[in-house]
Design a protein around this ligand. Structure first.
Ligand code: SF4
Length: 362
């Protein structure tokens, strides 16, 4: 199986007691079967504390119940009592893996870091997205590759490369949306053979210099809806989601977010590339690439809007990921929002800078 990892993946080290936040709070800690069996016989006070904290989640799977919103094994210094006494191998698998994620697509396994972790978010925003050379993992491919897998991987690279083009971020985000819209039409028609041609066509449109950015210029004169109204609608959608922390609802309903400056060009593009890398291949399961590009634009725009309220873009980006990406319910709700409530012109408007409500693309 081919393994894909972003270049920052190998640099991750948990900040442990130095972490400005902690992942050992706010959510129940799932306990894998092997760990649960070990905890059943762990001697001493720690074993007793572990067994007292073990409970079952809604699906009946073992987990550690929180005490005062935190893992009961978290020390006042922000360290894990179990890891301190028994070593890293003793902690539940999810704690060893977090914030790493891994998605299997048959012939390819994609790995990455969740931006909900402050150190992961810092690494993600510190460099342009690129993958290390693919490795061949020990696991054999799980199945014959989906015929859409490699065409979608090629198309994702086009989208990520568009984000690197020498044009304003608003033009780059709009180009990615228009490319995804064209790709979605091919997916809807089940015309997979046309995907390589579409990728070639869009590569040929890449501007090679700032002066060449007209290659991204929209083609129709249709006016886009006002961006502020679209942003307000998107923040209202975020306010309607399940939230992990109480202050999230306060943040996304704070009207000061509507007049925040646009994302800084480099960090905005890196955030969008993170979302594209992480979510694009969901289209293999749901046939829907456009929604996940809209998600990328929304995540980038929301992070910019909340940045002044959160103390900066990086923290706002992290909070968006924490509240939205760890909840399948929230991801599903946003996908419904994109299907039912956000038109392409509205998404194009959201991608723009606050002061511009330019013409729609075609
Ligand atoms: S949020 Fe990240 S850096 Fe902080 S404790 Fe968890 S894994 Fe470590």
């Amino acid at each position: 199986m081919e393994l894909h990892k972003p270049s920052y993946y190998k640099h991750f080290r948990c900040l442990a007691g130095e972490c400005p936040d902690t992942c050992c709070a706010w959510w129940e800690v799932p306990v894998d079967g092997e760990s649960a069996r070990r905890y059943a016989v762990l001697p001493g006070d720690l074993g007793e504390a572990l067994r007292a904290a073990l409970t079952a989640d809604e699906e009946g799977e073992p987990c550690l119940k929180l005490t005062g919103g935190k893992c009961p094994l978290l020390t006042p210094e922000g360290l894990c009592a179990l890891q301190l006494r028994e070593g890293e191998g003793a902690i539940p698998a999810v704690c060893r893996e977090h914030p790493r994620f891994s998605y299997d697509y048959g012939a390819v396994r994609e790995m990455g870091l969740c931006a909900s972790c402050p150190e992961a978010a810092r690494l993600i925003l510190a460099e342009n997205h690129r993958l290390d050379p693919p490795e061949i993992g020990a696991d054999p491919p799980l199945s014959d590759p989906d015929p859409l897998l490699f065409p979608l991987l090629d198309a994702r690279q086009v989208a990520i490369d568009l984000l690197d083009a020498p044009a304003p971020l608003s033009a780059r985000l709009r180009a990615v949306l228009l490319f995804a819209d064209a790709l979605q039409a091919l997916l809807d028609e089940e015309d997979l053979t046309a995907i390589p041609g579409l990728c070639r066509e869009w590569r040929a449109r890449f501007p090679t210099s700032k002066g060449g950015q007209d290659a991204f210029a929209p083609e129709t004169g249709e006016a886009l809806p006002p961006r502020r109204a679209v942003l307000e609608k998107c923040l209202a959608a975020l306010a309607g989601l399940e939230h992990l922390r109480e202050d999230w609802h306060t943040l996304v309903t704070d009207r000061r977010a509507l007049s925040a400056p646009p994302p800084e060009e480099t960090m905005g593009a890196r955030a969008a590339a993170y979302f594209l890398y992480r979510h694009w291949l969901r289209a293999l399961n749901d046939g829907d690439v456009l929604s996940w590009v809209q998600f990328s634009v929304l995540g980038t725009a929301a992070a910019a809007a909340l940045a002044p309220l959160c103390g900066g873009f990086a923290e706002a980006f992290r909070r968006f990921c924490l509240e939205v990406e760890h909840s399948q319910e929230n991801l599903d709700a946003l996908q419904d929002f994109f299907w039912d409530d956000l038109s392409l012109p509205e998404a194009l408007s959201l991608a723009g800078a606050p002061e511009e409500d330019g013409p729609a693309g075609g």
